[in-house]
Design a binder for this molecule. Structure first.
Ligand SMILES: [Zn+2]
Length: 325
């Protein structure tokens, strides 16, 4: 932001803020003869006094470099709210905030030349939601006006300078937090699910290697069960480059084959899927991985791609292994 003014005489920025120092004279002399870059960040933050603010206002109208610097600074300030942790405010805080917003709007409107109070409308403030609207809608924004009259007050630095502190105020008081809460609670649910899944795996996994079936002598695979023996992971590598294909996981439950999930392999023949069983893995007599046939009638006499079979229940041969999900 400073390169644009490289030809200017070097200024001692450290002394600039000292009241009464020579540098300060720029405000008193002419805003047109000196650049406003030192004031721009404060301006964007709404931290300047009235004299400084109007000096910047005047200067940026004629100085492209400083106008760009200001736009930069305002963009940066606009990002600040996203670095602030969200809080849910008490209901009366919100009412107070909206009352103050309405007050600031009126003050700003009366300061704008040629604009009447009723014509002013804050363009950056979203319409109140149902929780807030009934009690705290600023009365100025409820006035309906023809589009033309509204547009008259749309210009000017004042509006954009006002919007930045409002933006921060809204976030600090949690206005956006309220709107985001629904989104977050669905993320919370996902997170809880992941956490319980992680706990299930972290407290002990058992790996059950699968043997190649008649259909795919080169296939490899394993089933990894978490501590509860019902939620786990199926990993297979059919070692063929036949392209993506779906496989079905079947369990032998009291002599009957039941489909309990499927896994799709990539073009290298590898795939994995989460599985959730109705009963502990070890209670099934066998498990089978079979290619899903595109022909619905052909699956009665299909061969296994992978299989795990044993004389007794599967649990008797499962080997304990520390395998991550
Ligand atoms: Zn300038």
């Amino acid at each position: 932001m400073s390169n644009a003014h490289g030809q200017q005489r070097p200024r001692d920025r450290r002394s600039y803020r000292i009241a009464g120092s020579g540098e300060r004279a720029f405000l008193a002399n002419s805003a047109l003869n000196d650049h406003a870059e030192d004031l721009v960040p404060g301006y964007a933050l709404g931290a300047l006094d009235a004299q400084e603010t109007s000096a910047v206002d005047t200067h940026v109208r004629t100085c492209l470099a400083c106008e760009r610097a200001l736009i930069d600074a305002q963009r940066t300030v606009g990002m600040l709210p996203f670095t602030v942790p969200l809080r849910v405010p008490a209901a009366d805080n919100k009412v107070a905030l909206f009352a103050r917003v309405a007050h600031v709007q009126k003050a700003a409107a009366s300061a704008l030349p040629g604009a009447h109070t009723a014509h002013f409308r804050t363009l950056t403030l979203p319409r109140s939601t149902e929780t807030v609207g009934a009690t705290a809608a600023p009365d100025a924004s409820s006035v309906e006006l023809p589009a033309g009259t509204r547009r008259q007050v749309r210009t000017g630095w004042l509006v954009s300078a006002l919007s930045v502190p409002l933006l921060i105020a809204l976030v600090v008081t949690g206005f956006w937090g309220l709107q985001l809460r629904n989104e977050l609670s669905s993320q919370d649910a996902q997170l809880a699910e992941l956490q319980s899944e992680f706990a299930n795996f972290a407290s002990g996994t058992t790996s059950y290697p699968l043997s190649p079936g008649l259909d795919a002598p080169q296939a490899e695979g394993q089933i990894i069960m978490g501590a509860n023996q019902q939620d786990g992971m199926l990993q297979i590598d059919v070692n063929s480059k036949n392209g993506p294909q779906s496989y079905e996981l079947l369990v032998n439950h009291d002599g009957k084959l039941e489909s309990v999930g499927e896994v799709t392999v990539n073009q290298d023949g590898q795939g994995q899927a989460r599985i959730a069983l109705d009963q502990p893995f070890g209670d099934y007599e066998s498990v089978h991985i079979r290619a899903k046939s595109l022909d619905a009638n052909a699956d009665s006499e299909q061969f296994d791609t992978l299989v795990r079979d044993s004389a007794g229940p599967l649990g008797s041969t499962g080997s304990g292994l520390d395998v991550g999900p």
